[in-house]
Design a binder for this molecule. Structure first.
Ligand SMILES: C[S@@+](CC[C@H](N)C(=O)[O-])C[C@H]1O[C@@H](n2cnc3c(N)ncnc32)[C@H](O)[C@@H]1O
Length: 254
């Protein structure tokens, strides 16, 4: 595997990632975290996970499928950490380096370029639903975590078959499937909850929207923009009507 599982996802996670960096540069650094949280989208969800991952200053943490680095940038600022980011889309990796100064590498979650047991914690946010090989991604996360290491997940789960139109390339698992996959990969589930992705402070939402508007102003007539909008619109509709549920989990590597 060298790329994502659909062209539409590459538009959303590569091309638009680069445009997001460009827009943040135009608007100012305070826009970077809200605009850079492209799956997690909520400060409350990040805080829920960070509180349960037992993070100290200096904890070695991996963000797998880090996107443009918003969640890792938030963690760096909030918890005095220097997360390592891995992400398959090169434009997103460049953005996380340049916007947040984070160490960041181009890599699929199923092929992480790190030693066994090198991390004490990891999180993987909004990623499992973008790949069909969920077992491979969780297996790699277990490999790079030390025994007793903590894993945080945000997964968009589907409780029943989803009504079309569906976002291209996504495969949304059921909650039970994720629980089983975690156990099979060598994790013990410690805590889980449904996330409220609309609980960010107003300034967070305003800044994310301002960056989105700036990207639209610069690139709104380009096919990749329209394709990415269609993708994220489809996910948004499934979340809004309750067909998809943002599910948070913290597990320990056993
Ligand atoms: C919804 S975004 C979430 C980005 C980031 N985690 C966040 O919360 O802002 C999903 C990310 O998963 C990445 N991705 C897709 N397939 C992947 C895979 N097989 N391994 C790792 N990351 C993958 C995409 O490139 C994209 O950046």
């Amino acid at each position: 595997m060298s790329a994502l599982e659909s062209e539409a996802m590459e538009a959303e996670f590569d091309t638009v990632a680069g445009w997001t960096e460009e827009a943040v540069r135009a608007l100012g650094p305070e826009y970077a975290v809200p605009a850079g949280c492209r799956g997690s989208g909520s400060e409350g969800a990040l805080r829920w996970l960070a509180d349960r991952l037992r993070l100290d200053a200096g904890t070695r943490l991996l963000d797998a499928g880090a996107g443009v680095g918003g969640p890792a940038g938030w963690l760096a600022a909030e918890r005095d950490l220097r997360p390592v980011c891995a992400e398959p889309m090169a434009a997103a990796v460049r953005a996380s380096r340049r916007l947040f100064g984070l160490p960041s590498v181009v890599a699929l979650g199923q092929q992480l370029p790190f030693a066994d047991g090198g991390f004490e914690a990891a999180w993987c946010l909004g990623v499992l639903c973008t790949t069909s090989d969920k077992a491979g991604a969780l297996g790699e996360l277990r490999r790079v975590l030390a025994d007793g290491g903590r894993l945080g997940l945000l997964v968009f789960v589907a409780d029943a078959p989803l009504p079309p139109p569906l976002p291209e390339g996504n495969e949304f698992p059921g909650e039970g499937e994720v629980r089983d996959l975690l156990t099979a990969a060598g994790f013990r589930l410690d805590d889980a909850a449904d996330a409220d992705l609309s609980d960010s402070p107003p300034t967070w939402t305003e800044r994310a929207e301002a960056v989105q508007a700036e990207v639209a102003r610069r690139h709104g007539d380009e096919p990749a923009f329209q394709q990415a909008e269609e993708q994220s619109g489809r996910v948004g509709r499934l979340l809004a009507d309750g067909s998809l549920r943002p599910w948070l989990a913290v597990a320990t590597a056993v």
